[in-house]
Design a binder for this molecule. Structure first.
Ligand SMILES: [Zn+2]
Ligand SMILES: [Zn+2]
Length: 427
């Protein structure tokens, strides 16, 4: 390799597509294990759709947001088909539901998913071009009980992580009918106030007026205080749907705030819309909504659905900022020190014996000197080391070394598993 190339970064840029590195494995493991446990308790099946879909699958699922979101899709060619990296899970879940006739498997279908999502957005501290989502989707039923189930599953997930100061906000985007009535009232309200909103909002007013609901600039916020709210315009059936969801959440002892500002910018999303936040992170940790119109728009099949997902990276960041330790602790390990080539063969057999009995073993038999091996064990914070040399192999013994005190004792290899377990359990 030429010197010039040596320091060149090979990835696209860490800030855009962050790598998951071993030091964070306890967090990631906790996410997956908690997700699995919650999905089992709430009766969601695991689904792992392909990371690539047809381009138009995502494109058509944006509705009127198409113009804004289209250029955020990572597109690629698969054969001759214009395809895209997963923009969100729900379209893939719907496609799976249709492709694999999953209605015969379970109806409604309740699924849990975990994996990467790709969006060509401007990355910041909390938003990456590649990030991971864990979520729950219910396909095939418009009953508010499923909106409630998705919210409760996500809530239970966060609670199980022991995250604090969690806020749940719930709103409604209405339906085709009442959403449009509200949209008109909302637009009318702003029509002669456009000069008073920020430049971004003035631009957004033309693209999609509901984008004005999320502007945090002082002037825009003040103006919004007086604006019409969707709760006053929901039709009877949307209103009843919202009431049922709120009751379900309340009955489960979960506190929430109704939020009239939560209105989806996409007209393909309807009724329930919610988000979970913690004060330490400026973006929601989880977001979800009902999307009964998406399947019709994308697959020409009318299928009711609701779902919600949380961002793994943000959730881990929230745990770190709240000093919440991952519950998953790495197993205590023993370090196997080997002296001399002859001991190596016997060492592998003994290590395997320990591993089969459930003891995690680290080794560095490669080429390192004993001194280097001990140094590594110390660096890893290992409490118990095993020492095998030529003499021990010959005698059928092995040396146990307490790494904290440095005290060593010789035991028979036949007693190895028993003695090691005894010491690890005493820790
Ligand atoms: Zn309605
Ligand atoms: Zn604004």
């Amino acid at each position: 390799m030429k010197n010039k190339q040596k320091n060149q970064q090979i990835s696209l840029g860490v800030e855009a597509m962050p790598d998951v590195v071993p030091k964070d494995q306890v967090y990631w493991r906790q996410m997956l294990e908690t997700g699995r446990a919650i999905s089992e308790l709430h009766d969601f099946y695991f689904i792992d759709p392909s990371v690539i879909e047809k381009y138009e699958t995502f494109e058509n699922s944006f509705g009127a947001d198409k113009e804004v979101l289209e250029d955020k899709i990572f597109s690629l060619k698969v054969g001759r088909v214009k395809s895209a990296l997963r923009f969100s899970f729900r379209e893939s879940v719907l496609r799976n539901f249709i492709d694999h006739k999953l209605a015969y498997f379970a109806y409604p279908l309740k699924v849990f998913h975990f994996g990467p999502v790709f969006r060509d957005i401007k990355p910041d501290e909390y938003f990456f071009k590649e990030f991971h989502q864990l979520g729950f989707q219910v396909v095939g039923d418009a009953d508010p009980i499923y909106d409630g189930e998705v919210i409760i599953a996500l809530y239970d997930f966060f609670k199980s992580l022991k995250l604090n100061k969690l806020t749940l906000k719930i709103g409604s985007s209405g339906c085709h009918v009442c959403r449009n009535t509200f949209k008109q009232k909302f637009q009318n309200y702003y029509r002669n106030k456009i000069k008073d909103v920020c430049r971004e909002c003035a631009k957004n007013y033309e693209i999609n007026p509901f984008l004005l609901l999320s502007c945090e600039k002082d002037g825009c916020r003040a103006l919004r205080e007086e604006s019409p709210i969707i709760f006053d315009y929901l039709c009877t059936s949307c209103n009843n749907h919202l009431k049922s969801v709120l009751e379900l959440v309340e009955d489960n002892g979960i506190s929430y705030e109704p939020d009239s500002r939560l209105v989806s910018t996409s007209e393909l999303n309807n009724r329930t819309i919610f988000e979970f936040t913690v004060p330490e992170i400026p973006h929601p940790l989880a977001f979800g909504c009902r999307y009964d119109y998406v399947s019709e728009a994308v697959f020409k099949r009318s299928i009711a659905a609701v779902g919600g997902s949380l961002g793994i990276e943000r959730t881990i960041e929230a745990m770190k900022r709240q000093n919440v330790d991952p519950r998953f602790k790495a197993k205590p390990k023993v370090f196997f020190l080997v002296i001399g080539d002859q001991a190596k063969k016997g060492a592998l057999k003994l290590m395997n014996k320990l591993r089969l009995s459930g003891v995690a073993v680290v080794e560095m038999v490669g080429k390192k000197t004993l001194k280097a091996q001990i140094k590594t064990a110390e660096k890893m914070g290992i409490k118990l080391a095993l020492l095998l040399g030529q003499k021990e192999v010959f005698d059928g013994t092995i040396i146990l070394r307490d790494m904290t005190s440095g005290v060593q004792e010789t035991i028979l290899v036949d007693k190895l598993v028993e003695e090691v377990k005894k010491r690890l359990n005493n820790e």
